[in-house]
Ligand binder design. Structure first.
Ligand code: PLP
Length: 478
C-alpha cells in the first residue's frame, strides 16, 4: 500500500529529529511512533511487489527470526572458543548448502582435503578475499622460481582479469581499443566519466559487478576488464590472449573473476573455457554467482555452473535470492591454507587450546569480529526445506516469463537480451530517447521501480522479479 519509491529530498530527515542525542531516556512508544513519522517516508521498499530494480534482496520470516536470535545471542565468533556453536553451525551449514547446489566435494568442510566454506558479509568481500589468497599463492609460486625476487617486486607485477564495460566502450567512438587496458588506462578518465554521465547516468553498463573492479583497487592489483562476446560472456580465447600479451610485457597474470549471472544482463561467462586456461596458466579462478547462484538448488539450472570444478573459489549470495536476510554471502575455497596464510595475524589473546581442530574463521575473512550468520541460514533451510526454496526460485522465474509474454504481445516493445533467471531486459522500439523518456516517467510516478542499463548501444530497462510476495497481478500491473 506504500509507494515503492519515497518522495523525499536529500536532507529531509535532519528537520524531523533533534540535532543532539537525548539527555534522558525516552519511551519505546514514542520512538516507535517516530518510525512511522521519520523513517517510513524515507524508505525505498525493496520488499514491495512493485520493486523490480537491481536484484532481489532476501527477506523471509525464518530469516528475520534467525537475525533476531543472532542479535539476541550477540556473540562474536572469530575463533572456535569465542562461541563453538557459531563456528560449528557455520561449518555444517556451508556443507548443507554446498551439497544442495552439488558443489564438487573438494570445496566442502566435510571433505578430507583443505577445502571449506565460510559465510562472508558480501560478494564484494568474497571477491577481495579471493584476490588476496590468489596474491599469496602467486607470490609463493614465483618466489620458488626466482628466489632472488623480493615480495614487493613480485606483487608489483601481478595482474587480474574480469569482464568489461562493453556498453561504455561502444560509445567511445574514435578511441582506440586496447585489449590489455583496464578501463582506467584504456581511456582518459575524463572521457569515461563524460560518457557515463551524459548517456548512461544511473545505468548499469558493466558485465562483471563494480565490486570486482573495486577488489582490484583495494587489493592493489590492476584489474583488466576484458571484452565480452555479443551475449556479454567472457570467452576463453580473449583471456588467453590477454594473459599472453601481459606475460610478454613481463607481468604475472594472477587472478580471474568469472561471473555467473552478471549484474547488467544476467549473462554467464564461459566457465568451461576459462577454467582450463586458469588451471594451466596457474591463475586463481574465482566465480561470482552472487544473484544467479541460488538457482543452482534447482537441478534444471545446474548446467549453467558447468566448469565450477576448475574454480579455486566460488561465491553466491543467499541474501539475494535464497530468502536469507542480508548479510549472508556463501564462499567456498578448494584450499583454505592460502586464506589462512594470507590473513593470519596471531596474538596471545587470540590463542585457544583446540586450535587446528576446527576453523578459526577470523583467518578466512577481513574483519576480526563476526556475527552468528549461520543461524538464519539454518532457519531458512529447515523451515522452507530444499523443496520450498526450489519452489520460490521457479515461481520467480515463471513470473519473469509472464512479464516477457506481456511484452511480446505488445508491438511497441522489444526484448534485447536472452531472458535469464528473473531478469527481463527490454526497450521501446526506436531511438534510445524513447526508452529513456519512459524510464524517466516511471521514476517520476513511483508506481514501480525499475532501473535503466545499456546493452551494446541500446538504452534498456531491466525488470527483475524481486520481492518474495510478487504475484501475477503485480506483473500485470507493471
Ligand atoms: N556480484 C554480482 C554479480 C552482483 O550482481 C552483485 C550485486 O548485485 C554483487 C556482486 C555485489 O554483491 P554484494 O552487495 O553482496 O557485495
Amino acid at each position: 500500500s506504500r509507494p515503492v519509491l519515497p518522495s523525499v529530498e536529500p536532507g529531509y530527515l535532519q528537520n524531523l529529529i533533534p540535532g543532539d542525542a537525548p539527555e534522558q531516556p525516552e519511551k519505546w512508544q514514542d520512538i516507535l511512533v517516530d518510525i512511522e513519522r521519520v523513517i517510513m517516508p524515507g524508505v525505498t521498499h525493496w520488499h514491495s511487489p512493485h520493486f523490480h530494480a537491481y536484484y532481489p534482496t532476501a527477506n523471509s520470516y525464518p530469516g528475520i527470526v534467525g537475525e533476531m536470535l543472532s542479535a539476541g545471542i550477540g556473540c562474536i565468533g572469530f575463533s572456535w572458543i569465542t562461541s563453538p556453536a557459531c563456528t560449528e553451525l557455520e561449518v555444517a551449514m556451508m556443507d548443507w548448502l554446498g551439497k544442495l547446489i552439488q558443489l564438487p566435494r573438494e570445496f566442502l568442510n566435510c571433505s578430507d582435503g583443505p577445502g571449506g566454506g565460510v559465510i562472508q558479509g558480501s560478494a564484494s568481500e568474497a571477491t577481495l578475499v579471493g584476490l588476496l589468497a590468489a596474491k599469496e599463492r602467486s607470490v609463493r609460486r614465483i618466489q620458488k622460481l626466482h628466489p632472488d625476487w623480493d615480495e614487493g617486486t613480485i606483487k608489483a607485477k601481478l595482474v587480474a582479469y574480469s569482464s568489461d564495460l562493453y556498453a561504455v566502450q561502444k560509445h567511445m567512438t574514435g578511441v582506440p581499443y586496447c585489449p590489455q587496458g583496464s578501463i582506467i588506462s584504456r581511456f582518459p578518465l575524463a572521457d569515461v566519466l563524460h560518457n557515463i554521465v551524459t548517456f548512461t547516468s544511473s545505468c548499469f553498463a558493466d558485465q562483471s559487478n563494480s565490486s570486482v573492479e573495486k577488489a582490484g583497487l583495494l587489493g592493489s592489483m590492476p584489474m583488466r576488464l576484458l571484452p565480452t562476446d555479443e551475449k556479454c560472456r567472457l570467452r576463453g580465447a580473449t583471456l588467453e590472449q590477454a594473459i599472453k600479451s601481459d606475460r610478454e610485457r613481463g607481468l604475472i597474470p594472477c587472478y580471474v573473476v568469472a561471473t555467473l549471472g552478471t549484474t547488467g544482463t544476467c549473462a554467464f561467462d564461459c566457465l568451461e573455457e576459462l577454467g582450463p586456461i586458469c588451471n594451466k596458466e596457474e591463475l586463481w579462478l574465482h566465480v561470482d554467482a552472487a544473484y544467479a547462484g541460488s538457482a543452482f538448488i534447482c537441478p534444471e539450472f545446474r548446467h549453467l555452473m558447468a566448469g565450477v570444478n576448475y574454480a579455486d573459489s566460488y561465491n553466491f549470495n543467499p541474501h539475494k535470492w535464497m530468502l536469507v536476510n542480508f548479510d549472508c554471502s556463501a564462499m567456498w575455497v578448494k584450499d583454505s591454507q592460502y586464506l589462512i596464510e594470507a590473513f593470519s595475524v596471531d596474538r596471545i589473546y587470540l590463542k585457544h587450546q583446540h586450535q587446528g581442530r576446527t576453523p578459526d574463521y577470523r583467518h578466512w575473512q577481513i574483519p576480526l569480529g563476526r556475527r552468528f550468520r549461520s543461524i538464519k541460514l539454518w532457519m531458512v533451510l529447515r523451515l522452507y526445506g530444499a523443496e520450498g526454496l526450489q519452489q520460490h526460485i521457479r515461481r520467480q522465474v515463471g513470473l519473469a516469463r509472464e512479464f516477457e509474454a506481456l511484452l511480446r504481445g505488445d508491438s511497441r516493445f522489444e526484448i534485447v537480451t536472452d531472458i535469464s533467471m528473473g531478469l527481463v531486459c527490454f526497450r521501446l522500439k526506436g531511438p534510445n530517447q524513447l526508452t529513456k523518456r519512459l524510464h524517466d516517467r516511471l521514476m517520476a510516478r513511483k508506481n514501480i521501480y525499475v532501473i535503466a542499463a545499456t546493452f551494446q548501444d541500446k538504452y534498456i530497462i531491466r525488470f527483475v522479479v524481486c520481492s518474495r510476495v510478487t504475484e501475477s497481478r503485480d506483473i500485470a500491473f507493471a
